[in-house]
Ligand binder design. Structure first.
Ligand SMILES: NC(=O)c1ccc[n+]([C@@H]2O[C@H](COP(=O)([O-])OP(=O)(O)OC[C@H]3O[C@@H](n4cnc5c(N)ncnc54)[C@H](OP(=O)(O)O)[C@@H]3O)[C@@H](O)[C@H]2O)c1
Length: 344
Protein backbone atom coordinates (compact mmCIF):
# COMPACT_ATOMS: atom_id res chain seq x y z
CA UNK A 1 0.00 0.00 0.00
CA UNK A 2 1.01 3.60 -0.40
CA UNK A 3 1.97 5.37 2.84
CA UNK A 4 3.77 8.50 3.96
CA UNK A 5 6.23 7.81 6.77
CA UNK A 6 8.34 9.97 9.04
CA UNK A 7 11.89 8.58 8.91
CA UNK A 8 13.47 10.66 11.69
CA UNK A 9 13.24 13.94 13.60
CA UNK A 10 13.56 17.00 11.37
CA UNK A 11 11.84 19.13 8.75
CA UNK A 12 9.29 18.08 6.11
CA UNK A 13 12.02 16.29 4.15
CA UNK A 14 11.73 13.58 6.80
CA UNK A 15 8.34 12.67 5.26
CA UNK A 16 8.74 9.93 2.63
CA UNK A 17 6.13 8.60 0.23
CA UNK A 18 6.69 4.85 0.22
CA UNK A 19 5.18 1.41 -0.46
CA UNK A 20 4.83 -0.85 2.56
CA UNK A 21 2.86 -4.09 3.18
CA UNK A 22 -0.82 -3.79 4.17
CA UNK A 23 -0.90 -4.46 7.95
CA UNK A 24 -2.76 -7.52 9.27
CA UNK A 25 -5.33 -7.08 12.05
CA UNK A 26 -4.57 -8.95 15.31
CA UNK A 27 -7.38 -10.86 17.02
CA UNK A 28 -9.20 -7.81 18.50
CA UNK A 29 -8.37 -5.44 15.64
CA UNK A 30 -9.87 -4.47 12.30
CA UNK A 31 -8.24 -3.40 9.06
CA UNK A 32 -9.59 -0.02 7.94
CA UNK A 33 -9.27 1.29 4.40
CA UNK A 34 -8.43 4.94 5.08
CA UNK A 35 -10.71 7.34 3.19
CA UNK A 36 -9.65 10.60 4.87
CA UNK A 37 -7.14 11.72 7.49
CA UNK A 38 -7.07 15.24 8.95
CA UNK A 39 -3.80 16.88 9.95
CA UNK A 40 -2.94 17.94 13.48
CA UNK A 41 -0.06 19.84 14.98
CA UNK A 42 0.67 16.64 16.96
CA UNK A 43 2.28 14.86 14.01
CA UNK A 44 4.20 17.99 13.00
CA UNK A 45 5.68 18.31 16.50
CA UNK A 46 6.25 14.54 16.53
CA UNK A 47 8.36 14.90 13.34
CA UNK A 48 10.13 17.99 14.67
CA UNK A 49 10.80 16.32 18.03
CA UNK A 50 9.26 19.44 19.52
CA UNK A 51 7.59 17.79 22.52
CA UNK A 52 10.97 17.29 24.22
CA UNK A 53 12.19 19.91 26.65
CA UNK A 54 15.72 20.34 25.29
CA UNK A 55 16.31 16.92 23.65
CA UNK A 56 14.26 16.12 20.55
CA UNK A 57 11.54 13.69 21.51
CA UNK A 58 8.04 12.51 20.73
CA UNK A 59 5.24 13.40 23.08
CA UNK A 60 6.30 10.38 25.14
CA UNK A 61 9.76 10.86 26.70
CA UNK A 62 11.12 7.58 25.29
CA UNK A 63 10.79 9.10 21.80
CA UNK A 64 9.37 7.88 18.50
CA UNK A 65 10.30 4.60 16.78
CA UNK A 66 11.04 5.49 13.15
CA UNK A 67 9.88 4.91 10.50
CA UNK A 68 6.42 5.88 11.73
CA UNK A 69 3.26 6.53 9.73
CA UNK A 70 1.66 9.64 11.27
CA UNK A 71 -2.00 10.68 11.29
CA UNK A 72 -4.62 10.35 14.01
CA UNK A 73 -7.90 11.81 12.65
CA UNK A 74 -9.04 8.89 10.53
CA UNK A 75 -12.23 7.78 8.82
CA UNK A 76 -12.58 4.78 6.57
CA UNK A 77 -14.23 1.45 5.82
CA UNK A 78 -13.63 -1.78 7.75
CA UNK A 79 -12.39 -4.30 5.16
CA UNK A 80 -11.08 -7.14 7.36
CA UNK A 81 -11.68 -8.24 10.96
CA UNK A 82 -9.43 -10.06 13.46
CA UNK A 83 -10.36 -13.55 14.73
CA UNK A 84 -12.15 -12.20 17.86
CA UNK A 85 -14.14 -9.47 16.08
CA UNK A 86 -17.72 -9.97 14.86
CA UNK A 87 -18.00 -10.07 11.08
CA UNK A 88 -20.90 -7.61 11.35
CA UNK A 89 -18.20 -4.92 11.54
CA UNK A 90 -17.22 -5.61 7.93
CA UNK A 91 -18.09 -2.76 5.53
CA UNK A 92 -18.84 -0.34 8.40
CA UNK A 93 -17.85 3.29 7.89
CA UNK A 94 -15.97 4.25 11.02
CA UNK A 95 -14.15 7.06 12.79
CA UNK A 96 -11.23 6.06 15.01
CA UNK A 97 -10.88 7.07 18.67
CA UNK A 98 -7.20 8.09 18.56
CA UNK A 99 -5.45 6.47 21.54
CA UNK A 100 -5.22 3.39 23.71
CA UNK A 101 -4.87 3.53 27.47
CA UNK A 102 -5.28 1.25 30.47
CA UNK A 103 -6.82 4.15 32.42
CA UNK A 104 -10.19 3.62 34.04
CA UNK A 105 -13.22 5.02 32.30
CA UNK A 106 -13.18 8.80 32.63
CA UNK A 107 -9.41 8.77 33.32
CA UNK A 108 -8.18 7.30 30.00
CA UNK A 109 -6.61 10.58 28.93
CA UNK A 110 -4.38 10.87 31.98
CA UNK A 111 -3.12 7.28 32.21
CA UNK A 112 0.67 6.89 32.06
CA UNK A 113 0.55 4.34 29.24
CA UNK A 114 -1.65 6.40 26.91
CA UNK A 115 -0.45 5.62 23.35
CA UNK A 116 -1.44 7.52 20.29
CA UNK A 117 -2.27 6.41 16.75
CA UNK A 118 0.23 8.04 14.41
CA UNK A 119 2.82 8.30 17.18
CA UNK A 120 3.16 5.02 19.11
CA UNK A 121 1.12 3.15 16.46
CA UNK A 122 1.15 3.64 12.69
CA UNK A 123 -1.59 6.04 11.66
CA UNK A 124 -3.67 7.37 8.82
CA UNK A 125 -1.16 8.82 6.31
CA UNK A 126 -1.67 5.51 4.44
CA UNK A 127 -4.17 3.55 2.41
CA UNK A 128 -4.83 1.13 5.29
CA UNK A 129 -4.48 1.14 9.06
CA UNK A 130 -5.17 -1.44 11.79
CA UNK A 131 -6.93 -0.40 14.98
CA UNK A 132 -8.72 -1.97 17.94
CA UNK A 133 -12.28 -2.81 16.95
CA UNK A 134 -13.70 -1.35 20.18
CA UNK A 135 -12.09 2.02 19.37
CA UNK A 136 -13.86 2.29 16.00
CA UNK A 137 -17.14 4.24 16.17
CA UNK A 138 -19.90 4.81 13.61
CA UNK A 139 -19.19 7.87 11.48
CA UNK A 140 -21.23 10.85 12.71
CA UNK A 141 -21.89 12.25 9.21
CA UNK A 142 -22.52 10.67 5.86
CA UNK A 143 -19.15 11.79 4.44
CA UNK A 144 -15.62 10.55 5.16
CA UNK A 145 -13.88 13.92 4.80
CA UNK A 146 -16.39 15.82 6.93
CA UNK A 147 -16.39 13.09 9.62
CA UNK A 148 -12.60 12.84 9.99
CA UNK A 149 -11.90 16.38 11.23
CA UNK A 150 -13.12 16.05 14.80
CA UNK A 151 -11.14 13.27 16.49
CA UNK A 152 -8.19 15.09 18.06
CA UNK A 153 -9.15 18.77 17.81
CA UNK A 154 -12.83 18.10 18.52
CA UNK A 155 -12.22 15.88 21.52
CA UNK A 156 -9.64 18.37 22.83
CA UNK A 157 -12.12 21.21 22.46
CA UNK A 158 -14.95 19.16 23.97
CA UNK A 159 -12.87 18.23 27.03
CA UNK A 160 -11.74 21.84 27.51
CA UNK A 161 -15.32 23.07 27.46
CA UNK A 162 -16.60 20.30 29.74
CA UNK A 163 -13.88 21.17 32.26
CA UNK A 164 -14.85 24.85 32.50
CA UNK A 165 -18.62 24.26 32.15
CA UNK A 166 -19.70 27.61 30.67
CA UNK A 167 -23.28 28.70 31.37
CA UNK A 168 -25.71 30.80 29.33
CA UNK A 169 -25.10 34.45 30.13
CA UNK A 170 -21.34 33.89 30.64
CA UNK A 171 -18.64 35.00 28.20
CA UNK A 172 -15.79 32.82 27.01
CA UNK A 173 -12.78 34.04 25.05
CA UNK A 174 -11.62 31.52 22.47
CA UNK A 175 -8.06 32.07 21.21
CA UNK A 176 -6.88 30.57 17.91
CA UNK A 177 -10.56 30.69 17.01
CA UNK A 178 -10.10 30.10 13.28
CA UNK A 179 -7.86 27.05 13.82
CA UNK A 180 -8.68 23.36 14.24
CA UNK A 181 -9.27 23.34 18.01
CA UNK A 182 -10.50 26.95 18.26
CA UNK A 183 -13.19 26.68 15.57
CA UNK A 184 -14.64 23.76 17.55
CA UNK A 185 -14.31 25.56 20.89
CA UNK A 186 -16.39 28.41 19.42
CA UNK A 187 -19.13 26.03 18.28
CA UNK A 188 -19.23 23.90 21.44
CA UNK A 189 -19.31 26.88 23.83
CA UNK A 190 -21.98 28.66 21.85
CA UNK A 191 -24.12 25.95 20.24
CA UNK A 192 -23.91 23.21 22.90
CA UNK A 193 -23.41 25.16 26.17
CA UNK A 194 -25.21 28.38 25.18
CA UNK A 195 -22.58 30.87 26.41
CA UNK A 196 -21.31 33.94 24.54
CA UNK A 197 -18.00 33.75 22.67
CA UNK A 198 -15.38 36.38 21.94
CA UNK A 199 -13.37 34.82 19.11
CA UNK A 200 -9.76 35.99 18.68
CA UNK A 201 -8.36 35.68 15.15
CA UNK A 202 -5.54 37.34 13.24
CA UNK A 203 -7.46 38.54 10.19
CA UNK A 204 -10.83 40.26 10.66
CA UNK A 205 -11.82 39.09 7.16
CA UNK A 206 -12.82 35.95 9.08
CA UNK A 207 -15.47 37.85 11.11
CA UNK A 208 -18.51 36.66 9.17
CA UNK A 209 -17.27 33.06 9.16
CA UNK A 210 -16.67 33.12 12.94
CA UNK A 211 -20.13 34.58 13.56
CA UNK A 212 -21.67 31.81 11.47
CA UNK A 213 -19.95 29.32 13.78
CA UNK A 214 -21.50 31.01 16.83
CA UNK A 215 -19.15 33.82 17.92
CA UNK A 216 -20.83 36.86 19.47
CA UNK A 217 -17.81 39.15 18.93
CA UNK A 218 -14.76 38.73 16.73
CA UNK A 219 -11.56 40.64 17.52
CA UNK A 220 -8.08 40.62 16.07
CA UNK A 221 -5.22 39.55 18.32
CA UNK A 222 -3.08 41.92 16.25
CA UNK A 223 -4.81 45.01 17.65
CA UNK A 224 -2.67 47.03 20.08
CA UNK A 225 -5.84 47.86 22.04
CA UNK A 226 -7.01 44.28 22.39
CA UNK A 227 -7.63 44.38 26.15
CA UNK A 228 -9.74 47.53 25.84
CA UNK A 229 -11.66 46.05 22.91
CA UNK A 230 -12.45 42.87 24.83
CA UNK A 231 -13.65 44.75 27.92
CA UNK A 232 -15.72 47.09 25.80
CA UNK A 233 -17.29 44.28 23.68
CA UNK A 234 -18.24 42.35 26.81
CA UNK A 235 -19.12 45.33 28.98
CA UNK A 236 -16.51 44.20 31.54
CA UNK A 237 -14.20 41.29 32.36
CA UNK A 238 -14.91 37.80 31.02
CA UNK A 239 -15.67 34.53 32.81
CA UNK A 240 -13.37 32.11 31.02
CA UNK A 241 -10.55 31.84 28.49
CA UNK A 242 -10.07 28.73 26.34
CA UNK A 243 -6.54 29.02 25.05
CA UNK A 244 -4.46 27.20 22.42
CA UNK A 245 -2.01 30.04 21.78
CA UNK A 246 0.11 30.21 24.94
CA UNK A 247 2.58 33.02 25.45
CA UNK A 248 1.32 35.50 22.84
CA UNK A 249 -2.05 36.03 24.56
CA UNK A 250 -1.34 34.91 28.13
CA UNK A 251 -1.03 38.26 29.86
CA UNK A 252 -3.97 39.72 27.91
CA UNK A 253 -6.08 36.73 28.93
CA UNK A 254 -5.24 37.05 32.63
CA UNK A 255 -5.83 40.80 32.54
CA UNK A 256 -9.34 40.54 31.08
CA UNK A 257 -10.50 37.64 33.27
CA UNK A 258 -12.88 38.54 36.07
CA UNK A 259 -12.19 37.64 39.70
CA UNK A 260 -12.86 33.92 40.07
CA UNK A 261 -12.36 33.42 36.31
CA UNK A 262 -11.12 30.25 34.61
CA UNK A 263 -8.21 29.78 32.22
CA UNK A 264 -7.94 26.51 30.29
CA UNK A 265 -4.88 25.73 28.12
CA UNK A 266 -4.36 22.93 25.63
CA UNK A 267 -1.85 24.39 23.20
CA UNK A 268 0.89 26.91 22.55
CA UNK A 269 0.80 27.93 18.86
CA UNK A 270 1.99 31.40 19.88
CA UNK A 271 4.82 30.43 22.24
CA UNK A 272 5.53 27.65 24.72
CA UNK A 273 7.11 29.62 27.53
CA UNK A 274 5.81 32.70 29.29
CA UNK A 275 6.20 35.03 32.25
CA UNK A 276 3.73 34.95 35.06
CA UNK A 277 3.25 37.35 37.94
CA UNK A 278 1.72 35.04 40.55
CA UNK A 279 -0.11 37.96 42.11
CA UNK A 280 -2.44 38.08 39.09
CA UNK A 281 -3.47 34.50 39.73
CA UNK A 282 -4.04 34.65 43.45
CA UNK A 283 -5.39 38.16 43.79
CA UNK A 284 -7.98 37.37 41.11
CA UNK A 285 -8.70 33.82 42.33
CA UNK A 286 -8.09 32.45 38.84
CA UNK A 287 -8.41 28.69 38.31
CA UNK A 288 -6.03 27.15 35.75
CA UNK A 289 -6.87 23.98 33.81
CA UNK A 290 -4.44 21.94 31.70
CA UNK A 291 -6.07 19.81 29.02
CA UNK A 292 -4.99 17.00 26.70
CA UNK A 293 -7.50 15.17 24.53
CA UNK A 294 -10.47 13.67 26.38
CA UNK A 295 -12.29 10.50 27.35
CA UNK A 296 -14.23 7.93 25.35
CA UNK A 297 -17.50 9.10 26.84
CA UNK A 298 -16.70 12.68 25.81
CA UNK A 299 -15.82 11.41 22.33
CA UNK A 300 -19.24 9.75 22.13
CA UNK A 301 -21.01 12.88 23.39
CA UNK A 302 -19.13 14.89 20.75
CA UNK A 303 -20.14 12.43 17.98
CA UNK A 304 -23.79 12.84 19.04
CA UNK A 305 -23.51 16.64 18.89
CA UNK A 306 -22.06 16.32 15.36
CA UNK A 307 -24.85 13.98 14.22
CA UNK A 308 -27.35 16.44 15.73
CA UNK A 309 -25.77 19.24 13.63
CA UNK A 310 -24.82 21.26 16.72
CA UNK A 311 -21.20 21.31 15.62
CA UNK A 312 -20.12 21.33 12.01
CA UNK A 313 -16.92 20.39 10.22
CA UNK A 314 -14.80 23.37 9.20
CA UNK A 315 -12.48 22.35 6.38
CA UNK A 316 -10.04 24.75 4.78
CA UNK A 317 -8.84 22.39 2.04
CA UNK A 318 -7.86 18.84 1.12
CA UNK A 319 -4.62 17.42 -0.33
CA UNK A 320 -3.89 14.04 -1.93
CA UNK A 321 -1.92 11.73 0.41
CA UNK A 322 1.21 11.99 -1.74
CA UNK A 323 1.28 15.74 -1.01
CA UNK A 324 1.55 15.29 2.75
CA UNK A 325 4.66 17.50 2.79
CA UNK A 326 2.83 20.40 1.12
CA UNK A 327 -0.18 19.77 3.38
CA UNK A 328 1.92 20.00 6.56
CA UNK A 329 3.58 23.19 5.28
CA UNK A 330 0.16 24.64 4.48
CA UNK A 331 -1.08 23.66 7.98
CA UNK A 332 1.55 25.97 9.48
CA UNK A 333 0.19 29.01 7.58
CA UNK A 334 -1.66 31.78 9.34
CA UNK A 335 -5.32 32.56 8.62
CA UNK A 336 -6.58 29.03 7.91
CA UNK A 337 -10.27 28.25 8.28
CA UNK A 338 -10.34 25.03 10.30
CA UNK A 339 -8.87 21.73 9.20
CA UNK A 340 -6.65 20.36 6.44
CA UNK A 341 -7.41 16.83 5.22
CA UNK A 342 -5.33 14.22 3.36
CA UNK A 343 -7.15 11.94 0.95
CA UNK A 344 -5.42 8.64 0.07
N1 LIG B 1 -3.75 19.34 24.23
C1 LIG B 1 -4.29 18.67 23.20
O1 LIG B 1 -4.89 17.61 23.39
C2 LIG B 1 -4.18 19.26 21.84
C3 LIG B 1 -4.87 18.73 20.75
C4 LIG B 1 -4.81 19.38 19.53
C5 LIG B 1 -4.01 20.51 19.38
N2 LIG B 1 -3.31 20.97 20.45
C6 LIG B 1 -2.46 22.18 20.36
O2 LIG B 1 -3.31 23.31 20.21
C7 LIG B 1 -2.66 24.30 19.43
C8 LIG B 1 -3.59 24.68 18.26
O3 LIG B 1 -3.80 23.54 17.45
P1 LIG B 1 -4.72 23.67 16.15
O4 LIG B 1 -4.81 22.31 15.56
O5 LIG B 1 -5.95 24.40 16.45
O6 LIG B 1 -3.75 24.57 15.23
P2 LIG B 1 -4.14 25.52 14.02
O7 LIG B 1 -5.30 25.00 13.28
O8 LIG B 1 -2.86 25.75 13.27
O9 LIG B 1 -4.58 26.89 14.73
C9 LIG B 1 -3.65 27.69 15.42
C10 LIG B 1 -4.35 28.96 15.84
O10 LIG B 1 -3.47 29.72 16.68
C11 LIG B 1 -3.45 31.07 16.23
N3 LIG B 1 -2.13 31.67 16.51
C12 LIG B 1 -0.92 31.26 16.08
N4 LIG B 1 0.04 32.09 16.51
C13 LIG B 1 -0.58 33.08 17.21
C14 LIG B 1 -0.13 34.24 17.89
N5 LIG B 1 1.18 34.56 17.93
N6 LIG B 1 -1.04 35.02 18.50
C15 LIG B 1 -2.35 34.70 18.46
N7 LIG B 1 -2.86 33.61 17.82
C16 LIG B 1 -1.98 32.81 17.20
C17 LIG B 1 -3.70 30.97 14.73
O11 LIG B 1 -4.18 32.23 14.25
P3 LIG B 1 -3.79 32.70 12.76
O12 LIG B 1 -4.37 31.72 11.83
O13 LIG B 1 -4.33 34.08 12.65
O14 LIG B 1 -2.29 32.67 12.74
C18 LIG B 1 -4.73 29.87 14.67
O15 LIG B 1 -6.02 30.36 14.90
C19 LIG B 1 -1.32 23.70 19.00
O16 LIG B 1 -0.31 24.14 19.89
C20 LIG B 1 -1.54 22.20 19.16
O17 LIG B 1 -0.35 21.50 19.41
C21 LIG B 1 -3.38 20.38 21.66
Amino acid sequence: MKAVQVIGYGDVDQLKVTDIPIPKPKEHEVLVQVKACAINNTEIWMREGAYGKGEKSGWRPEGVQFPRTPGSDITGKVVQVGSQVYETMLDKDVVLFPFTSSGEEGQEHIAGDMSFIGSEYDGGYAEYVVWQAELCFDMPLDDYTKSCVFSVSGMTAWHMVEQVKPKPGETVIVTGANGGVGSLNVQIVSNVFGADVIALVGDLKLEEHMKELGATHVLSYKSNKLEEEILSANGGPVDTVLDVVGDALFSTSLNVLKKGGKFCTSGSSGGQKTELDFRTLYLKHITMYGSVLGTREEFKRMLRAISDNKIKPVIDRTFPLEEAKEAQQYFKKSGKKGKIVLIP
